[in-house]
Design a protein around this ligand. Structure first.
Ligand SMILES: NC(=O)c1ccc[n+]([C@@H]2O[C@H](COP(=O)([O-])OP(=O)(O)OC[C@H]3O[C@@H](n4cnc5c(N)ncnc54)[C@H](O)[C@@H]3O)[C@@H](O)[C@H]2O)c1
Ligand SMILES: [Zn+2]
Ligand SMILES: [Zn+2]
Length: 356
């Protein structure tokens, strides 16, 4: 099969021809239909400090994907009577997305049902072979069967869409003024979700007009803070105080500082964006304005998946908006163009189509 792999430590990837993987205990084999590219893949391909610490080549990358179950390993239930408390039953031909975080099941958080806070999380496409390949084998427990309303492109977005759902659901957005910093794919998804959930004003910032043009399509207020004054925009929207909820989706220190500056007293800020390094913020403001700042990682297993599926299932508009974030599609053989496009920033989600 074809597999996009990191053959050895160092920059670069190779599209190789390797044997198909086989299923072990409680694993399933999936024929991959679509795989999305994300920032993590760019870090791993380019080989920075994060990559060198996390990835032990040879390894197939790719963790945002959708496909079809083609083989079910031993120990996995295939009907109601054999299903147990570990996994629901699965069937050949089922269309699925996959939670990319594999948790230990035995640490305190896992045992308390807080698997997204597992202290021993492993990742598909980082610590074990991933889905930039015709086939991938994953734990049955990580499989999320999809409804027919979820097409392959949309199905491949469930990992970043789940990040957006997880972040946007930290603090109830209904009737609040919500500020989102960073109009990357996940920031724009957050904007669509906040609007869907009944926020009063949804304002999203970025420094890139291309990225803001993607956000405009989901019907929220866009601000290029490189040249526009956020406070003027707030005034024009009739906001007399500050934002009630902030969703930090850029990882940029300047964006976080600005968010703290324009939030109302008592505001709640959820942070998903990963900064390159530590940085200073105005702690006096955090303290005297009684701000709540909360880090957000991954997706809740599996409540985020239920929430995301139900949100998309009940709203064709939201489905179209999320799917609309796919701006580029490539065949596996064009993987270099795909990575180049993702690196340029002049894109929404970039997807590799394994049916080509
Ligand atoms: N915590 C997690 O589990 C998790 C999971 C996935 C992604 N992430 C992080 O979430 C963030 C969003 O992901 P993405 O794929 O949408 O990323 P992305 O890099 O595509 O988007 C980030 C956007 O922020 C913009 N930006 C940069 N400086 C800014 C500023 N000062 N003000 C406003 N916008 C600014 C960039 O132009 C870009 O459009 C990234 O930082 C990513 O690393 C975290
Ligand atoms: Zn990702
Ligand atoms: Zn654990």
């Amino acid at each position: 099969m074809r597999a996009l792999r990191k053959p050895a430590p160092g920059p670069g990837l190779e599209l190789q021809d390797i044997p198909e993987p086989t299923t072990g205990f409680r694993e399933v084999k999936i024929r991959v239909l679509r795989t999305g590219l994300c920032g993590t893949d760019l870090h791993l391909a380019g080989w920075d400090d994060f990559a060198a610490a996390q990835l032990h080549p040879p390894m197939t990358l790719g963790h945002e994907f959708y496909g079809e179950i083609v083989e079910i390993g031993s120990g996995t239930a295939t009907d109601e009577s054999t299903a147990d408390d570990d996994t629901d039953y699965l069937s050949i031909g089922q269309r699925v997305s996959v939670e990319g975080h594999i948790t230990c099941g035995r640490c305190r958080n896992c045992r308390a049902g807080r698997r997204h806070m597992c202290i021993r999380t492993n990742s598909i496409g980082v610590n074990r072979d991933g889905a930039f390949a015709d086939y991938v084998v994953v734990p049955a427990r990580n499989v999320w069967p999809q409804a027919d309303t979820i097409d392959p492109d949309l199905g491949a977005l469930f990992d970043p869409f789940g990040n957006a759902v997880h972040t946007a659901m930290q603090f109830p957005p209904a009737s609040e003024d919500v500020l989102i910093t960073g109009a990357g794919p996940i920031g724009v998804m957050c904007a669509a979700i906040a609007r869907h959930c009944g926020a009063r004003n949804v304002v999203i910032t970025d420094l890139s007009d291309y990225r803001l043009s993607l956000a405009e399509k989901v019907g929220v207020t866009t601000v290029n803070t490189g040249r526009e004054d956020l406070r003027t925009v707030m005034h024009d929207l009739g906001m007399t105080e500050g934002f009630d909820v902030g969703l930090e989706m850029s990882g940029a220190p300047a964006a976080t500082r600005q968010m703290i500056d324009v939030c109302n007293h008592g505001a709640k800020i959820a942070m998903l964006g990963l900064p390159k390094a530590g940085y200073e913020i105005d702690w006096n403001k955090v303290i005297t304005h009684m701000l709540t700042i909360k880090g957000v990682y991954g997706r809740e297993m599996y409540d985020t998946w239920y929430k995301g599926s139900f949100m998309l299932g009940s709203s064709e508009r939201l489905r179209n908006e999320i799917r609309g974030l796919v701006t580029h599609r490539f065949a596996p053989e064009q993987w270099q163009d795909a990575f180049e496009t993702a690196r340029s920033g002049e894109c929404g989600k970039v997807i590799i189509n394994w049916e080509e």
